[in-house]
Unconditional design. Structure first.
Length: 346
């Protein structure tokens, strides 16, 4: 572990990533009666999800790979292929944007919205305070890093290895190794892993195979197998259900589906189907709602009764990312055109 002086661009105000020249992100209320920054929108529930409207929207330039809310809901971080942007969580007013003066890949944003994990060589991972331009903590991985993810409490950074099927957990304060996990068995050459929203599990995915690891005991749960590639997973924050988006044979027909598994036993609880493929799934903070995107459509189910309660055509490009705010009052979406929307109950 060491402190490095890392130079990267910090652009404050209504500007864009330096690699996206001559374009400016726009942020504006969509509806005249949308909640203002001082208003407190209602929590999204099974009773009002069908009433959701796009209260605020902003236009980004590059393809967005992840949306991360700060734990207090004040900041929404958008990670893209060329950098990152931070927005006010109440109205999507831009706070600052980031790009680098050297080729680099951003892996993840911390739960407080303040730290970015990035690398220029896939071995040295820099954890930099988003408000600073120097003094990044450096974590050196002897294994080539494929991806990274912060734990829900921000104390650990997970990295996957491109050389072996292994996850390493790093202490974000010291850069020291906390644990190395290599019990996931797959014949697939490509795999991924990330923290579950309950803060107690790691989710492993390899093509059509999904497995959970209990972080405390490092024990692997039963394998959850699919007929097709898994495109998205989400663990309910209360740890009860795991949602996986793939496709499978249902009543003799091969259909896009979301499979809901008991996270403790890996038993399949139910299957939710749709005519078109699912892009992404996520749970509300209280675990009561499952949200999914299929093309430009937002879909919602009650996670207890498994009843579908809403289907909203957004009229946007295909939605690639979804994230509920920590208070459950906003759902952020990002489409393939780089548009971010905040969905709220008017």
């Amino acid at each position: 572990m060491q402190k490095n002086s890392i130079r990267f661009y910090l652009v404050v105000g209504l500007t864009v990533l330096a690699l996206a020249a001559c374009q400016t992100p726009t942020t504006a209320p969509i509806a005249t009666e949308a909640p203002g920054p001082s208003a407190q929108p209602a929590v999204i529930t099974a009773q009002n999800a069908a009433d959701l409207q796009a209260a605020y929207q902003t236009s980004e330039i590059n393809m967005i790979s992840d949306l991360v809310w700060s734990t207090d809901g004040s900041i929404l971080v958008a990670l893209s292929s060329s950098g990152a942007a931070r927005y006010n969580g109440s109205d999507l007013e831009i706070i600052d944007t980031f790009t680098f003066d050297f080729p680099a890949a951003i892996y993840a944003a911390s739960p407080d919205g303040k730290t970015l994990a990035f690398s220029e060589d896939s071995y040295n991972i820099f954890l930099a305070d988003a408000s600073q331009t120097r003094d990044a903590l450096t974590i050196y991985s002897p294994e080539m890093v494929g991806m990274a993810d912060f734990s829900t409490d921000g104390s650990s950074l997970l990295t996957t290895s491109m050389d072996t099927i292994m996850v390493t957990l790093w202490d974000v304060n010291t850069g020291e190794v906390q644990a190395s996990l290599d019990s996931f068995e797959t014949a697939a050459p490509v795999y991924s892993a990330h923290f579950g929203a309950d803060g107690q599990h790691i989710i492993w995915i390899a093509r059509a195979t999904v497995q959970l690891t209990d972080i405390a005991t490092q024990l692997m749960g039963p394998v959850m197998s699919h007929e097709d590639f898994v495109v998205s997973t989400a663990l309910a924050p209360n740890g009860s259900l795991l949602a996986t988006a793939a496709a499978g044979t249902i009543d003799g027909e091969f259909l896009p589906a979301v499979f809901l598994w008991n996270a403790d036993t890996s038993n399949l609880e139910t299957t939710l189907t749709n005519p078109d493929a699912f892009n992404v799934v996520t749970f509300s903070p209280d675990s009561s709602l499952l949200a999914a995107a299929s093309g430009s459509t937002l879909l919602f189910w009650d996670s207890t009764s498994f009843e579908q309660i809403a289907s909203i055509d957004t009229g946007s490009d295909n939605i690639a990312e979804l994230a509920f705010s920590p208070d459950g009052a906003s759902l952020a979406s990002a489409d393939l055109s780089g548009n971010i929307s905040l969905w709220q109950v008017p």
